[in-house]
Design a protein around this ligand. Structure first.
Ligand SMILES: [Zn+2]
Length: 312
């Protein structure tokens, strides 16, 4: 019988890369490896995941993990261990839980990556002891998770927390991957922010659009246009969060993903917008914070799921 203080194997399946790691019971990442995909069909993806997992389990590579936690990019069925759909390829209905468990000889748990980040936030981050909160991640896309009464809330069809498709721009909104216009994801994720900066006349970098991170640097150096673009970012985030806060009345809303590095730049306008658009009496004490998880949030998210085995 292995002890609950054993480390776990964390697998974070991303659209552009695969991260695997050994994570201790206190959330410390002991070892980490990044691998690129050979191809994006189900067989190649599973081969790459298994090879990376086996490297982590090689004798002499560290303590032997007791369980495996997996971040699924897209829709997952945690009960049956099935990866239902990937956002980055045609992968559908892969029984990844069974495949990994049989190949590695370890218990495997899977869930959507953003749900796992919320779980990690509740265990190791800014939401320890908080029973009701929402988690919004903004990087190349937008995702969200709803944590209610101490548990991830999934909704009737497994898609609760799709905050990225709340409409935040009515006039001339950008086309979203979902087919609608003006969604939070289209307006406020990295590509939308970069596009808005370019369209407003922002300087390009080496013949390409400046990235969200480069625009943040320019804002910190006092560039007016970059500051305005991040102000608008705060408005969009605030508008989407206000809708969520009005419905759920959580104690906290946590912002994670790459955009959280620029939290100070969009926070003032985000807070002003939330104050203008929420029912004041109910939302007065809601705190909107930057994620308390560090750079390895996704890996720690996958690990948290495995660490909570037997305690769903
Ligand atoms: Zn959308």
């Amino acid at each position: 019988m292995r002890s609950i203080s054993d480390p776990v194997l964390a697998i974070d399946i991303g659209g552009s890369k695969l991260s695997t790691g050994l994570v201790a019971a206190d959330g410390t990442v002991l070892k980490k490896e990044i691998a690129a995909w050979d191809a994006l069909d189900a067989d190649s993806v599973m081969r790459t995941i298994l090879a990376a997992a086996r490297r982590m389990l090689e004798p002499g590579s560290g303590p032997t993990p007791a369980a495996v936690g997996v971040n699924i990019p897209g829709l997952a069925d945690p009960e049956r261990g099935i990866w239902i759909e990937a956002v980055f390829s045609g992968i559908r209905n892969v029984p990844i839980g069974t495949l990994l468990s049989e190949a590695l000889g370890l218990p495997v748990r899977i869930d959507n990556d953003v749900n796992n980040c919320a779980l990690a936030e509740s265990r190791f981050g800014a939401c320890r002891g908080t029973a009701d909160f929402v988690w919004l991640t903004v990087s190349n896309g937008c995702g969200g998770a709803v944590f209610l009464d101490g548990h991830v809330y999934r909704g009737a069809f497994g898609s609760a927390g799709e905050f990225g498709h709340i409409r935040v721009e009515d006039e001339g909104g950008y086309r979203c991957g979902c087919g609608n216009d003006g969604c939070l994801e289209a307006q406020a994720a990295g590509p939308g922010l970069a596009r808005r900066y370019r369209e407003a006349g922002g300087a390009r970098t080496d013949g390409r659009d400046a990235t969200a991170r480069e625009i943040a640097e320019r804002a910190r150096n006092g560039e007016r246009l970059a500051l305005e673009v991040y102000g608008r970012e705060g408005y969009y985030l605030g508008k989407a969060l206000a809708a969520v806060l009005n419905v759920l009345n959580p104690a906290k809303a946590v912002v994670g993903g790459g955009i959280s590095a620029a939290f100070d730049l969009f926070e003032p306008e985000m807070v002003r917008t939330i104050e203008r658009m929420t029912y004041r009496e109910a939302s007065r004490r809601v705190s909107v914070e930057k994620t308390g998880l560090g750079y390895d949030a996704a890996l720690v998210g996958a690990a948290t799921l495995a660490l909570m085995r037997g305690n769903p």
